[in-house]
Design a protein. Sequence first.
Length: 73
Amino acid sequence: MGQLLAAMVAAQKLNSYSHPIYGAYIIGRHWYFVIVDETRYTESLAYDATKEEIVEIVSILRHTKMIIDQLVN
């Protein structure tokens, strides 16, 4: 988590990025999603990739891709 936050904050500062930064980290079968917005961050509860939660993981990834596509265009 610390490494992810450090990378996200560095990306935000180096690029003068005004939109939220989206990230994720995985520990074993557990996925965690993180959003950094200005000086605040939010971390999701763990999603277990070996259970039905895999559908939610894929949904979150697709939704994040959609947000990124909208920001790029």
